[in-house]
Write a protein that binds this ligand. Sequence first.
Ligand code: C2E
Ligand code: CA
Ligand code: CA
Length: 795
Amino acid sequence: MLAEPARGLPFGSKIVLLLLGFVMAAQATTFAFMRYASERSVREQLARELDVGQRVWERFHESRSRELLDRVAVLAEDFGFREAVSSADQATMQSALANAGGRVGADAGVLLDPSGAVLVDLWPGAQKLNPAVLDDMLLRATSDGLASGVVSVDGKPYLLALVPVFAPRLVAWVGMAHEFGETDARQFAVITGLDATVLSTRDGQLQVYASTRPDHVSTDVLNTQLAVGARDLRRDVLLPDDDPLQPSARALQVSTPPAPAVYVLVQASRSAATAPFDDIGRQVLVLSIVIGAVALAVSLFVGRQVSRPVSLLATAALRIQRGEYAEPVQVDARGELGQLAAAFNQMQAGIAEREATILHQAGHDRLTGLPNRERALQRLAQTLVDSSAQRAAVFSLDLNRFKEINDTLGHAFGDRVLAEAGARLCKSTREGDLVARLGADEFLLILTDTNATESLHRAAFLADVLRQPFELGETSILIDCSIGIAVFPDHGSDAETLLRRADIALYEAKDTRRDVAMYAAGRDEQHLHQLRLIGDLRTCIHRRELHLVYQPKVSLEDGRVEHAEALLRWEHPEFGAVRPDEFIPLAERSGVIHALTMYVLDVAIAEVSRWQSVGIESGVAINLSAEDLLSDTLAERVRDCLQRYSVSPTKLILEVTESAVMRDLETSLRTLHALRRMGIRIAIDDFGTGQSSLAQLKRLPIDELKIDKSFVLSLAPGGEDELIVRSIIDLAHTLSMRVVAEGVETAVGLRLLRQHGCEVAQGYHLSRPLPAEQFVEWVIRSESASGEPHKDSAR
Ligand code: C2E
Ligand code: CA
Ligand code: CA
């Protein structure tokens, strides 16, 4: 069973998610890689900028120092200045130094004697150069001829140039200084495009002295960084990276120890370096979003494209499971999915067709193409619902002697007859009526909108239609049928009841040899009772519910009890005594009669053997049914029975009716001859009620005629019965048969019978049928009453 709808995400959504996920992952990877690459590039660029910045700074600083030195050297060559210095007069020296300072554009100046002692000090304010710094400078100047360097005085940095003054021998050292900071940083920034910051030491701490971007320098960080590697001028000082506004910087020490440290910080703007990448990053992000959206749209489209047909097919499969085939799958796709859908539709059509065929076959009879029993019952139920206010009739129709046609002309021919019969019935019914075949030769007709009277006419018409000769190839045959009718709502309101009652009416028609019979009220109960009896008949022998009674057949010549007629009795556990007139026909119809006949033969012949043993010579008369006569083995079985109890065949008379013999004359004659050859006598029972002709009667191997009791019961002198009885007796004697009269109830009747030469009498006037022991007593009594054996007590 197909079937449960798929659990989890729908197929289409999975595709969407997968595609989208893939695209997003690709985007994220690209983005991350780009970030990494740009970061690296920024770092490299910053490092390059700082390298360049450092070199530029060094050149710039050097040229500034050289320029200052040159100007101071020119000053030292000046004649007037040399004169003034040589004078060693304090005031002259001071004015000359101040004068020279003004020409050079220096902010401060100092004049030292050759040993390094300060002669004049023109440092602004109260500031004084650290002597140690001066000593160091003097040392370098002494070895190199001149020296320059950055010195700081109370945290204020200066670029100092120290040059010797010769007149002509060394008379003094002159030093001129620029303030260092603001201007240098600015000019450097203009040249390089980088920021610069000058840091000087004050109170042992580095502090920002001048800067082109003072707000971007963290002095705390600088102090810790520089404290670690202050002597390494090329050391990179990269401030924390997490703040993009923090510039990257390199600290260059410009002072020479022991002078207090002065640094120049070359700063490259990180944000400027990352700016182009940030732009690209933004563009990539936008692009990613666009690509993501496109991917989403595409994957949605693809998902729909793939999943719609699949889900349509799944829905269609569920529909097929429910047995709905009408709607084809509409998949608007080419390629495999389109092919699949087409194949699916073909499959659906195939299933629908096959199911329709199966359904039709399930509801119809192959041979005639007519609806079968199930379908007919459905239709009947439907009709009853539809026409609840109206009337309808159910016909149960059965072809008579169809078995003979099958047996003699073959099944193929029988099939053609059935097909033709079905076709004729269909043609002879009205629209809205239904003709169905229930089985073998049984048909069911449902006639709508008809009443009892009309349905009788229509049934008679149908019987006539079927009675027309069937011309099948070379052969032409005649067929007749029996029809049982049940009318709705008179005879029932549900399909099953109507059908059963139509069947009961059909039996009635067959039993009474009519074409058509209408269901009669009460028959159903009777029928159900009969069904019950038929069921019980199968077990009544085992359950010892049967017994025989014996009615004497007394010779009117000598009063001897020639025979006793064995008559069957059934003591039903629920219904009490059931009359043989009721159960014998049921036993015949249901096939139980063979077992009953064997039982009777066995018990009755055993009884005769017992009688013999007590000196009673009478034989027994046993009734046979038509079915018994049709059995090939009857004669054999009777012989076995007689042998088993050592009873002579002459002690046995078998009674058969004319109609039983005529049912199948040839077979019956064979059986009767076989029995007779054994020495068993045959009596015709109920004579006078059948329609056998004299010619037929002559052909029969008969020993005895039993006049039917209807002529005997009220036999009286001068009546019609007497005439009939006398004619029968004469006829029998003409054909050399003995005559038995049954149903002798009166002495008058008995006397008349004797008068007319009837040989044997049987009836209540002589004795009722008696249980075996009473019969024995009766025989003994009657023989002793007559005084001598074999004298007729009735005489
Ligand atoms: P049947 O063969 O004609 O049997 C004679 C019937 O007439 C018996 O009825 C008998 O009791 C009755 N009868 C005898 N004398 C008189 C009389 O003076 N007046 C009246 N009114 N009736 C009399 P029973 O025993 O009810 O049997 C009825 C039928 O049942 C028999 O008719 C026979 O056809 C059938 N039957 C009985 N036993 C057997 C049997 O063992 N095998 C077969 N195949 N049929 C049997
Ligand atoms: Ca009889
Ligand atoms: Ca009889």
